[in-house]
Design a protein around this ligand. Structure first.
Ligand code: PDD
Length: 284
């Protein structure tokens, strides 16, 4: 079966999806995106996805390409057309096609596209072993709370971790970890989960939101504050979260062990709680 993608109102084979070179996403990175996990053919954390897309669109004064109900229906059709059981949907909205000018064009329809990626989520050998991260300088702009498609600093960061044979880069600013290049960063110390509060400095991760809720419901203490590299090195556990990794234990940073250099108990507990929540949502 050939992959089907969505592009501006049509479901087409991927080689037939065309966007103009004058699209502002292509010229300026002027757009926003989302990645939504799919399990058992169902979109996971759908309301949180819609709320964050709404927020990113409105921060950039972008219009919805269609109603939220139509948007979800489009993604569900895409999942069906690709017979996707487990994986994710990527979708983005840009300011559309207009002559190259920095200020916004008038009355230009947005460009909207989506595609699916198959991936095994619920069982992950990496989550059993844990992953390694390095630290890099955070080179990003000052509105990291917007899920902008302009991701060059994150690409540079991820490339560095790849070069070191690591899974992710944790970005440092003023001595503190901000987040991963494509994930939220956490440590656990004395049975307390520590992660940054939401602000313009980090993306408000949907997994973060859900995990903090699950922690509160299950008596796991949380402290919302920034932490340093030294604190990671003396932490009992560390982990990251994202739409594509759920909860992923981190066992080394810059080649040095964290805790016992194996997935920690609180990390594994949170992963299990999130997996259980997903299974319930997906009707499994
Ligand atoms: N990235 N921080 C950054 C910078 C991210 O890019 C992401 C997600 C997260 C985690 O957010 P969430 O739990 O909502 O996925 C945090 C996605 C997966 C990506 O760009 O592919």
């Amino acid at each position: 079966m050939k992959p089907i993608v969505y592009c501006n109102g049509e479901f087409v084979e991927e080689q037939n999806a065309k966007v103009s070179i004058f699209d502002r996403g292509y010229l300026f990175g002027d757009g926003v995106y989302e990645v939504v996990p799919v399990v058992n053919g169902q979109l996971i954390d759908k309301l949180e996805f819609l709320a964050r897309l709404q927020r990113s669109l409105s921060e950039l004064e972008l219009e919805w390409p269609c109603s939220q109900i139509e948007y979800v229906a489009m993604l569900e059709t895409l999942i069906e057309r690709n017979e996707l059981v487990e994986g994710s949907v990527y979708t983005q909205v840009t300011r559309g096609v207009a002559p190259r000018d920095f200020s916004f064009p008038d009355n230009t329809p947005t460009t909207c596209m989506a595609f699916t990626t198959a991936k095994s989520y619920l069982s992950s050998p990496q989550a059993e072993a844990g992953v390694e991260v390095i630290t890099v300088e955070d080179l990003r702009w000052k509105r990291r709370d917007i899920k902008s498609i302009a991701l060059l600093a994150q690409c540079l960061a991820k490339q560095q971790s790849k070069r070191h044979g690591c899974y992710e880069s944790w970005m440092l600013e003023d001595g503190f970890i901000t987040e991963g290049s494509s994930s939220t960063a956490y440590i656990v110390k004395n049975n307390t989960v520590i992660t940054r509060p939401n602000s313009n400095d980090v993306l408000p991760g949907i997994r973060r939101h859900v995990l903090l809720e699950l922690a509160a419901d299950n008596g796991i203490a949380v402290e919302l504050r920034a932490f340093t590299l030294d604190e990671v090195l003396t932490a009992d556990e560390a982990f990251l979260s994202s739409a594509t990794t759920l909860v992923m234990p981190v066992v080394t940073i810059d080649g040095k062990p964290i805790g016992e250099k194996k997935p920690g108990l609180i990390t594994l507990k949170l992963r299990q709680l999130y997996v259980d929540r997903i299974k319930k949502q997906a009707g499994l």
